[in-house]
Design a protein around this ligand. Sequence first.
Ligand SMILES: *Cc1c(COP(=O)(O)O)cnc(C)c1O
Length: 340
Amino acid sequence: MAYIILNKNSFFNNLDIISKSTKGRDKIALVLKDNAYGHGLLEIASLAKEYGVKKAVARTSKEAEAIYDFFEYILVLAEIPSSKNDKIRYTINDINSIDKFPQGAKVELKVDTGMHRNGISASDLEEAFLKIKDAKLLLEAVFTHHRSSDELTSEWFWQKENFKRVKEESKILSQKYGFSTLRFHSSNSASLFRHDSFDEDMARVGIAAYGCLELPKGLQIDGFKPVLSLWANRISQRELREGERVGYGGDYTAIKDCTIGNYDFGYGDGFMRCCAGIGYKTPDDIELIGRISMDNSTFMSADDKLLIFDDARVVAKYAKTISYEVLTSLKSEISRTIVQ
Ligand SMILES: *Cc1c(COP(=O)(O)O)cnc(C)c1O
């Protein structure tokens, strides 16, 4: 089976850049949802701990429990738990779900400041505080999410202003209803780097830590290095005569005699099938030929091992998608090895 190499130096390099902006490692809340963006949940959690990251963001309780020992604080983005937990905070995404959380649970209120996806409406803030009090939940933070932080428009500033009002109102409400001091956060990777002077309690950083942040000119931040590279092993090789055709449908026709190899990385492992037939080349300039099969794909190479990609952004361009999808498509069964 294909295998993944995780570069520790690149990861730490990225965390160095991030912690300069957050002004401290303790303000990084590393987003580990979806198997740490395909990098491997436990591998990334252990590296993050070694670096000194103390906060993590997960999607589910199951993920949070798997990384429980690595962090001091874990925020679960999208699950109503059946029992409370000291270290894990749960997100309130909808005003009508507040009474479904277990009494005494630590919660963070997500407020919709313009994305109109999850989160309560800003106009329902007081009602939400009341419901949280009635439900006997421990409200610790109020947060929001930007819809356009990676676009060169004024929308980021508009949402920031909306959230500023939410923060002011929340501070007043927390006093009025006897909640303790609230924490506030709003930034994902792209948003963090739009602040001149970041002053929130933490930033929820995903893609930048993995080295695949993509921003338009004018917003670009230099120095990030992709952490993940994907290698495949050769299963077989053959000599191809001019005119012979390769793979399902015989989609590729040899224009001259050549040697080709078939490697153990296919769409069943997370190789986006739409990369075939459009001239995909590996970082070493080796051409993918024919269709991508479930468990293998063919390249113009006979090397034992082949570096399929070392920057998910490049694959994403071929596949007309984003690096997030390329990375999270990688199956958890693929082995992950950390190198310096
Ligand atoms: C996924 C996610 C993030 C991380 O976003 P990146 O662009 O990868 O930094 C932050 N906050 C929330 C709510 C998310 O769902």
